[in-house]
Design a protein around this ligand. Structure first.
Ligand SMILES: [Zn+2]
Length: 330
């Protein structure tokens, strides 16, 4: 299965049954683009040959189908871990999502062999400039490099709204060129060689595993140490993905307040709303937390999930709410 999955990233020829003397256009066809997304041409292929149009309508867009499958695969794997390993894996997804393989295997330690979500940065041309790649200073995942005239724009797709963007100027010799910060969070980062011994979690795992964990760690840091506030990270042991953070505020003489929080870092709040609308097992009373830059979209998502008894807010708004509840804002 692993070989088959890897084979899907190349041309289809080697995966097809041998047909001597006949080669058709499927042989040289690639299913995925360099970003790991299903190519638009595959839709044409399906509509012409393989899949009835109704199925296409139902499952379009393809990127979301694949993303949801990968997200599910990640959760299935996480669910089988012991509670201790589960918490460790969540932390590692946030803090060690990319880097030199030697460093990653040391950090992931006994969980390393159980996670086959890592891919070689050498296979991702979209993040390479002159054979180098730059980790985002917030998520450590490779930043995207796009040529812009004689220069390159280098930015983290998730954290550019927070000011993680740079400009890259080609170097004179064989070493890396010059990277200049152009955003307020663009601290200096060290270039790493785009070689096969540098790995990063796959894009869906970064999007649905790493990014929410970073939001949760950020929330935890903001709330830790407040009076009367208790924050439990990744507490669910029966159903680990039900909620990620349990915040309790116990002020003497007042009713105890709870927030059961699930952080979400989807690029598209519309797609997230569609996915959550029908998702079974969504807990009543859950609070979904979005990154601050999606503040203007929180009402839209709130309307989508209100009938499930679920609320939507952002990191900063939740921090403010908790501070008010515990009296830290007065
Ligand atoms: Zn980032």
């Amino acid at each position: 299965m692993k070989e088959f999955r890897q084979g899907l990233r190349g041309t289809l020829g080697p995966l097809l049954p041998p047909a001597p003397g006949r080669s058709d256009r499927f042989d040289s066809m690639k299913l995925f683009d360099v970003g790991g997304l299903v190519r638009a041409a595959v839709q044409d292929l399906c509509s012409e040959h393989l899949v009835p149009q109704t199925a296409l309508d139902q499952y379009w867009p393809w990127a979301r189908v694949r993303a949801e499958q990968e997200e599910q695969r990640l959760f299935d794997l996480m669910r089988r871990l012991t509670p201790q390993d589960y918490r460790r894996a969540r932390f590692l997804l946030g803090r060690h999502a990319a880097g030199p393989v030697r460093e990653l295997s040391r950090q992931w330690d006994r969980l390393w062999m159980r996670f086959d979500f890592f891919e070689s940065v050498a296979d991702w041309p979209w993040c390479q400039v002159d054979g180098w790649w730059y980790p985002c200073p917030i998520c450590r995942w490779p930043m995207r490099a796009v040529r812009s005239g004689a220069l390159f724009d280098v930015r983290c797709e998730a954290h550019a709204p927070r000011g993680v963007h740079y400009r890259y100027r080609l170097g004179k010799g064989s070493g890396p060129g010059e990277l200049t910060g152009t955003g307020k969070a663009a601290v200096p980062v060290t270039p790493l060689p785009a070689s096969s011994d540098h790995l990063a979690v796959s894009r869906p795992v970064w999007r649905y595993g790493t990014l929410p964990v970073l939001l949760e760690l950020h929330l935890h840091d903001k709330l830790a140490g407040l009076p009367f506030v208790d924050v439990e990270m990744w507490p669910g042991e029966q159903r680990p993905d039900e909620y990620d953070l349990h915040i309790t505020v116990t002020v003497p003489g007042r009713r105890t307040r709870h927030w059961r929080v699930d952080a979400k870092a989807w690029e598209s709040v519309v797609a997230l709303g569609k996915a959550l609308h029908d998702r079974p097992g969504l807990r009543r009373g859950l609070t979904i937390v979005l990154p601050d830059h999606q503040d203007s979209e929180r009402h839209f998502l709130g309307d989508q999930v209100a009938h499930r008894g679920v609320k939507v807010t952002t990191v900063s708004r939740l921090v403010e709410c908790v501070k008010t509840a515990c009296g830290a804002l007065r």
